[in-house]
Design a protein around this ligand. Structure first.
Ligand code: NDP
Length: 394
C-alpha cells in the first residue's frame, strides 16, 4: 500500500487525484488531505477517504472541520497552518505527495516533500517558478522523484527517453514543442479584451480548472510559467522550447529529435491521465478517462503564439531569460494581478501591465547561494509593489 498526501485536496487537481486514488484501493491509501478554507468539502473527502490527517491552513476553518467530523468514529488528526502542511508532506508513512496547492503558497510543503525524499507529483508549477534551483537541489540531495502533472510536462516526460537527465542534447533532442490551447480569447478582437469578465476568463474552452489557472490560461501567463517549469524539469533553456498554439488540446506536447522524428502524447483533455501516469509510473494504471476517439477529433490545428495579444507570455519568456529573481517577481505580481482581476478591481489587460510594472520596479538579483527566506522576501516585496500598481490602476 502506497501512502499518499494530497496537498490541495479540495481543488480541481486534488479532486481528480482522489478519483484516481479511489479506483485503486489495493494500491493507494490517502494518509493526509489538505485545504485552505473549504472545510465542508474537506469534511466530505475525509468521510470518503478516511485519512489519518487533515490539514486546514486557516485556523477558523479547522474549527469548522472539527465540528463537521465530530460524529466520525475514527476522526483524522486535524492540523493547521503552513507547519501542518509541511508536516504531512514529510510523514514517514507517506511515499507520494501530490503538490496541488495553487500559487506560491504551495512552495514550502512541496519543498518539504522533496527534502523528505518523496515521489513528488508536481502540479504546483509556481513552486518551480519561484524556487527552481532550490527545489531541484532538494530533489537531487534527497533522492526524491519529481514527476510532472501539468499535462504538457507529463507529455514531454512520456516522450523523452528514461536517461534524459544526462542532458537533452546528449539524448538527441533538438527542442521541446510546448502546446497551448490559446484560451478563450484567442480570436477575440483586441479592443474587446478590456471588457472581459472573470466568468468569461474562467470559461476555458477545453479544460475545467481552478480560477487562477483559468485566468492564467486566458492571458497565456500559464504557458509562460510552464516554459520556466520546463526549463527546470528538463534541464534546458528558452531557446530549446517552442510554444505551439493547438486549440483542440488533444496533443499535450511534443519532443523533436535530431533525426527528424517528432514524438507526441495525445489524449482527451482530462487531468486524470497525467495524474494516473505519475501515480502508476513506470506502470500504466486505469485513470477513468474516456479513450481518445480520433474520428471524433477529426482535425488538429497549430498556430504560432501572438505575443502582442498575449503580453504575459512575452514577459515570462523575458523573465526566464533574465533568470535570478525575475521569475519569482513575475509569479508574485501575476498572483496579485489575477486576484485583483477576479475581484473586479482591475480590468483584464491590466494584469499584464501590473506584472510588467512590477518587473520594471524591482531589478533582477542573483539567487546564487540564496535560500528559501531570501526568495520568500523577494516574493513579498513583489506582492507589495504589485498591490501598489493595482491600487493605482483600480
Ligand atoms: P484550485 O483553485 O482548484 O485548488 C487549489 C487548492 O489549493 C485548494 O485545495 C485550495 O484549498 C488550496 N489552497 C489555496 N490557497 C491555499 C493556501 N494559501 N494555502 C494552502 N492551500 C491553499 O486549483 P487547481 O487545482 O486548478 O490548481 C492547483 C495547482 O495545479 C496550480 O498550481 C495549477 O497551476 C496546477 N495545475 C492545475 C491544472 C488543472 O487542470 N486544474 C492543470 C495543471 C496544473 P481551498 O479549497 O480550501 O481554497
Amino acid at each position: 500500500m502506497i501512502g499518499v498526501t494530497v496537498l490541495g485536496a479540495t481543488g480541481s487537481i486534488g479532486v481528480s487525484t482522489l478519483d484516481v486514488l479511489a479506483r485503486h484501493p489495493e494500491r493507494f491509501r490517502a494518509v493526509a488531505l489538505t485545504a485552505n478554507t473549504d472545510a465542508e468539502r474537506l469534511a466530505e473527502q475525509c468521510r470518503q477517504h478516511r485519512p489519518q490527517y487533515a490539514v486546514m491552513v486557516d485556523p477558523a476553518a479547522a474549527q469548522r472541520l472539527r465540528a463537521l467530523l465530530a460524529d466520525l468514529p475514527e476522526r483524522p488528526e486535524i492540523l493547521t497552518g503552513i507547519e501542518g502542511l509541511e508536516q504531512v508532506a514529510a510523514l514517514p508513512e507517506v511515499s507520494y505527495v501530490m503538490a496541488a496547492i495553487v500559487g506560491a503558497a504551495g512552495l514550502r510543503p512541496t519543498l518539504a516533500a522533496a527534502q523528505a525524499g518523496k515521489r513528488v507529483l508536481l502540479a504546483n508549477k509556481e513552486s518551480l517558478v519561484v524556487a527552481g534551483a532550490l527545489l531541484m537541489q532538494a530533489v537531487a540531495d534527497s533522492g526524491a522523484e519529481l514527476l510532472p502533472i501539468d499535462s504538457e510536462h507529463n507529455a514531454i516526460f512520456q516522450c523523452l527517453p528514461p536517461h534524459f537527465s544526462d542532458g537533452l542534447a546528449r539524448v538527441g533532442v533538438r527542442r521541446i514543442l510546448l502546446t497551448a490551447s490559446g484560451g478563450p480569447f484567442r480570436d477575440w478582437p483586441l479592443e474587446r479584451l478590456s471588457s472581459v469578465t472573470p466568468e468569461q476568463a474562467c470559461a476555458h474552452p477545453t479544460w475545467e480548472m481552478g480560477r487562477k489557472i483559468s485566468v492564467d490560461s486566458a492571458t497565456m501567463m500559464n504557458k509562460g510559467l510552464e516554459v520556466i517549469e520546463a526549463c527546470w524539469l528538463f534541464g534546458t533553456d528558452t531557446d530549446h522550447i517552442q510554444v505551439v498554439v493547438h486549440p483542440q488540446s488533444v496533443i499535450h506536447s511534443l519532443v523533436q529529435y535530431e533525426d527528424g522524428s517528432v514524438l507526441a502524447q495525445l489524449g482527451n483533455p482530462d487531468m486524470r491521465t497525467p495524474i494516473a501516469h505519475a501515480m502508476g509510473w513506470p506502470e500504466r494504471i486505469d485513470s477513468g478517462v474516456t479513450p481518445l476517439d480520433l474520428f471524433s477529433v477529426a482535425r488538429l490545428d497549430f498556430q504560432a503564439p501572438d505575443f502582442a495579444r498575449f503580453p504575459c507570455l512575452r514577459l515570462a519568456f523575458e523573465a526566464a531569460h533574465a533568470g535570478g529573481t525575475a521569475p519569482a517577481v513575475l509569479n508574485a505580481a501575476n498572483e496579485i494581478a489575477v486576484a485583483a482581476f477576479l475581484e473586479q478591481r482591475i480590468d483584464f489587460p491590466s494584469i499584464a501591465a501590473v506584472v510588467a510594472g512590477t518587473l520594471e520596479a524591482l531589478p533582477c538579483e542573483s539567487v546564487a547561494g540564496q535560500g528559501l527566506e531570501f526568495l520568500l522576501a523577494v516574493d513579498q516585496r513583489a506582492r507589495e509593489q504589485a498591490e501598489r500598481l493595482v491600487v493605482a490602476r483600480g
